[in-house]
Design a protein around this ligand. Sequence first.
Ligand code: AMP
Ligand code: ZN
Ligand code: FE
Ligand code: FE
Length: 285
Amino acid sequence: MKLIDLHTHSTASDGTLPPAQVALAAAQAGLSAVALTDHDTTQGLAEFLEAAASSGPELVPGVELSVDRPGGGSMHMVGLWVDHEEPRFKQGLERVQTARKQRNPKIVARLQELGVDITMDEVVAAAGRGQVGRPHFAQVLVDKGVVAGPGEAFGRFLKRGAPAYMEKERLNPSQAMELIRGAGGISVLAHPGLLELHPAALEELVKGLKEQGLMGIEAYYSEHNPATERRLLEMAARLGLAVSGGSDFHGHNKPGIRLGAGKGTLRVPASLLAGLKQARDALSG
Ligand code: AMP
Ligand code: ZN
Ligand code: FE
Ligand code: FE
């Protein structure tokens, strides 16, 4: 069976492989297609798309946007086949970048109040050339021996509800889907299983999103168990949504997750591409 991976991260956000190497690794894994979907940024896409080789996988330009979750908190929307040069889409991402830049120093200040010796410069250094995200704060905390590992960093300090968690302004789902659509892409609800909603509540949420432009759901995902995967496939069929899937590969930042194979058992069939492209082409038609 031919396989694809439509959810990956590079050094442009919080992954550890540069964008071109994500494309290369996908070729080595024998994948038919791979999407780069960095968090809230398309900075890696030019390099990623240039890595195209005649025999390599189809390279899909993407993004993963954090959006408001109805009832509080956030959820993730993946955009596939986005034109990252489209002006309004670019502007939208710039607003998101600003929100992030306003949040990050607040996390540092809070950690300092909690008695942790940390500076913004150290976090920026941990992010390298990429965008600063919470995993980089976690990395600094680990390097300094404040915590034993990233899990403890999130649990004690960084996760929602923990003392150094700081809200950042986010797009609402309809704004995000509009930006993605305006850039020629399709919107897919990322890892619905992680929302931990009762099946009926999840279906209500997805129905509402579909009315606002949602085109697909990520049924295949590293953290979905077989029962969740099956329920999501059934839901997509019932609601007339396309099905997507990916590993959420982050390189060494998520050591258990392999490109195209997740924790070793993920299989995202290349046959999904047809339905996703049909959804994409229906938008421009
Ligand atoms: P940010 O976009 O800067 O708020 O960071 C979000 C990223 O942090 C997510 O994409 C995950 O990679 C990571 N993350 C969020 N929550 C946790 C957690 N509880 N444990 C480990 N990593 C997490
Ligand atoms: Zn991430
Ligand atoms: Fe996500
Ligand atoms: Fe992701």
